[in-house]
Design a binder for this molecule. Structure first.
Ligand code: BGC
Length: 362
């Protein structure tokens, strides 16, 4: 009997202590709410990666950790982006991960989340002035450098003298596009200065719109009277747009074109000899790193990371994870397949079967 009373009292005390702990923790919403991670992807057209790679790898990482999640795609629409964010915030996400469509609307969303005590992560694209807890991406200047070096290598291999270059850049509202161009130009500018190369055209493609990229490239080619010898295209989608124009002018395969993302289409263009190179970014690593940080944040923990990125607008250092990109040429297309990023089935369709075999993909 005595024992029973004691046990009861103890339980009562525990319950009270538990309650007190709960009451104290209400200042930290992450610690009291069920962890749920919201992710907003930007679109599905500017690059195949967002729906074919990022969604898949993020989903797998959240599932493996047994954490709730909600991944949505804004389909390139800034209003939609904001309403998805509102819906996720009221729907109880405890961490918000975004790939912004531009820094202005991205910052508005980050601010709203912050006002609700929801920590945020900039995934792949830094939101300038945004102040997210973390930024997870690749070394994007290195991505551009690999593209610049790739173009030089392909022009050299073809023995082209005094090439006229067209720079088909990514969206002017994407900080990554600025960094890619910076990296590419760091390789090409000394050649322009030395009059070894000529800069024939240089234009950004709004929202990375591939169709518009084709129109812009056609204008570049017309203005240059067909004399373009190399294309620094910022990603595989824009590279493919340029290749389509080159095809109608019977110039494909003669004019090296760069790319990025190692999409199945980009790799097929490499196998066909129409694209010089692409840049492979192991999105699985990017997704895994993001999931790890997001899951910790959802539990109210803040993990230490070893890198930082200077936000050029706020001047602040944003704690970062920046991964290494890899250049892909015909010789190592097989690496992307062996890494599981693109499957043999997707890449080696009937038209490419023989080329796949020749490239050592079996
Ligand atoms: C990403 C690229 C992508 C591009 C268009 C950039 O911010 O880093 O991988 O190709 O956006 O979606």
């Amino acid at each position: 009997m005595r024992k029973g009373i004691l046990a009861l009292t103890m339980t009562g005390m525990l319950a009270v202590t538990g309650l007190a702990a709960c009451a104290e923790d209400t200042t930290d919403p992450a610690a009291t709410k069920t962890p749920k991670i919201g992710v907003i992807l930007p679109d599905s057209k500017s690059s195949a990666r967002w729906e074919t790679a990022d969604r898949k790898y993020l989903e797998a990482a959240f599932k493996a950790a047994g954490v709730k999640y909600d991944i949505q795609n804004a389909q390139g629409d800034k209003t939609q982006f904001q309403s998805i964010a509102d819906q996720m915030i009221t729907g109880g996400v405890t961490v918000l991960v975004i790939v912004n469509l531009d820094s202005g609307t991205g910052k508005a969303v980050l601010d709203k989340a912050k006002a609700q005590g929801i920590p945020t992560i900039d995934y792949d694209r830094l939101t300038l002035g945004g102040g997210a807890e973390y930024y997870v991406s690749f070394d994007n200047v290195a991505v551009g450098r690999l593209q610049g070096e790739g173009l030089v290598k392909c022009l050299t291999d073809k023995g082209v003298k005094n090439p006229a270059i067209a720079q088909l850049n990514g969206s002017p509202t994407d900080n990554n596009a600025t960094l890619f161009k910076q990296g590419g130009v760091s390789v090409l500018q000394p050649k322009y200065d030395a009059k070894e190369y000529t800069l024939a055209a240089d234009q950004a493609v709004p929202d990375w719109d591939n169709a518009q990229g084709g129109v812009i490239f056609q204008q570049m080619l017309t203005k240059a009277n067909g004399k373009i010898d190399g294309v620094l295209a910022a990603n595989d989608g824009l590279g493919n747009a340029a290749i389509s124009v080159l095809k109608t002018n019977k110039l494909n395969g003669k004019v090296p074109v760069t790319g990025q993302d190692a999409t199945a289409q980009g790799l097929q263009n490499i196998l066909a000899g129409d694209q010089c190179m692409t840049v492979y970014k192991a999105v699985k690593k990017e997704a895994d790193a993001t999931a790890e940080l997001a899951i910790a944040l959802a539990k109210g923990e803040k993990k230490q990371v070893s890198q930082t990125t200077k936000d050029s607008e706020s001047g602040k250092d944003v704690p970062s994870v920046l991964l290494e990109p890899q250049a892909i040429y015909l010789e190592n297309v097989k690496d992307v397949v062996s890494d599981g990023y693109v499957t043999k089935e997707e890449l080696c369709t009937a038209d490419f079967a023989a080329k796949c075999t020749a490239a050592g993909i079996s």
